[in-house]
Design a protein around this ligand. Sequence first.
Ligand code: HEC
Ligand code: HEC
Ligand code: HEC
Length: 474
Amino acid sequence: MRRPLANARKRMPLRAAAGAALLVGLGLASAWTFAQRTDGAAGAPAPAQPPAAATPTPAADPLVERGRYLARVADCVSCHTAPGGAPFAGGLPMKTPFGTIVSTNITPDKDAGIGAYTQADFARALRQGVAADGHHLYPAMPYPSFARASDEDVQALYAYFQKAVKPVATRPPATDLPFPFSMRGLMVFWNWLYLDDTRYTPQPQQSAEWNRGAYLVQGFGHCGDCHTPRSRLGGVKAGSERDGDQFLAGALVDGWYAQPLRHTDRPSAVQWSTQDIVEYLQAGRTAHTAAFGPMVQVVENSTQHMTAEDLKAIAVYLQSVGAPASGAATGPGTPSALRAAAADTPEARKLRDGQVDGLPGSMVYLNNCSACHRSSGAGWDNTFPALAGNSVVNARDPSSLIRLVLGGSAMPSTERSPAAIAMPAFGWRLSDAEVAEVLSFARRSWGNRADAVTAAQVADVRRQLPAPAPTAAR
Ligand code: HEC
Ligand code: HEC
Ligand code: HEC
């Protein structure tokens, strides 16, 4: 049985026409992209949020505990907590091209929060994007994903928020978008275009584990909110693996590129072993890579708290998305194979011998990068990511790479791996041309095969970054 999105597809010409009308009607030229969690600290690692469990819990009520867990999976705390504020009390400003949307207080306070919500109100807010008083929510709240959630899970979440979250009486500033976006009623059209308000239906031909993974990724995990590209009106282009190859195909979030979580023609995270994907979501680092940008907060506040079984289910599901029918890998090779072969590549040998002639960018690499990432580009396990075979280095969109080199980054600090090992910022000492050269070198060496980065691309990213902190210059 197919989800109604198939029907939705049939309505597509109609929908496209309505979409176009909406665009023209609003005089809307830019994309409604939902910049996530923009708290001004662009580039800097997000501080760990207060634990979601900062609450009085007498005897554990299984329903409440299940809700607590689901709140972690859905990462409600990251969006509904202001920097330094009480958990779930709202007030985090989220930038969109239409203005700033401020998250609301979802603690059980009767006036400032959702204490007066009935379970039905709560379910409607979560899955249809309508608040208790009937006003429409902006889709900066991921209700189009949460619509997949089962009745039992919504009930558990409700129990948790009502019984175990501490009420906070403060009211965050109201969202005040300029006209016409202030007309929340417009969301009726948006929902008509993009909201598929149906629960997840298990696919009988797939295993229980696969279905659990699909449910978590498409639903509460809302992975596609960052990893799936959006249309001009800000709807994700695909909500499940059955909606085509745009699902989890990679997208820009706050100037960071959220990598594809599916098979593509490039080295991809889904080609890691299942255990490596689990480890990445638990510890924020593996032999291949380490989390950075918005994924740091996802790992710290959400995935590290998930059970190993759920993480494995997620990995198994992701590894099936877009898998080549023949089982044969496409593109230059898998991350593991490329990394294993890296030390024997011509570039590695030349760098070891200090020969940089004819290798543009290699001198910049030797002087600035090889101490950590090594001449072989193989890095050190769980400390300095391998650049050989790395899905980030080989990504179609080099935004993350440029941003990392210019602004630096720190890994998540997790229970498993508390040390937030950092990559220093080079923006203060390397020119646009040097950054372009060294990244182009990395994208073509050790078996990597990706397009060169241009100085103009680097200049673009540099303009968007905050001025470097003086401490960056060591
Ligand atoms: C990606 C960010 C994000 C995540 C994750 C998120 N929310 Fe929200 N939520 C928002 C924003 C922003 C609003 C306010 C939208 C508006 O004013 O139109 C909101 C509004 C709400 C509302 C409406 C409250 C009211 O009366 O105004 C409820 C209820 C809610 N969220 C519950 C949740 C729960 C429960 C979770 C976790 C299961 C969650 N949210 C996860 C961003 C998020
Ligand atoms: C707030 C936005 C956001 C959400 C939500 C999100 N991610 Fe990410 N994710 C990113 C960004 C940005 C990156 C790129 C940074 C990196 O590779 O560390 C990334 C990277 C990853 C990577 C590493 C990919 C690679 O090629 O190295 C994996 C695996 C991943 N995410 C899994 C998930 C899963 C599973 C979910 C849902 C449970 C999820 N992400 C939800 C933003 C997000
Ligand atoms: C002091 C050690 C150090 C140096 C020097 C260094 N890096 Fe890094 N690099 C790191 C660490 C640690 C990370 C992981 C950061 C994170 O996940 O937040 C990283 C991450 C990266 C990544 C992303 C890989 C991934 O999958 O996470 C790239 C690309 C990269 N570095 C390139 C470079 C380049 C190019 C240079 C030289 C201009 C350089 N690095 C210099 C330590 C270093």
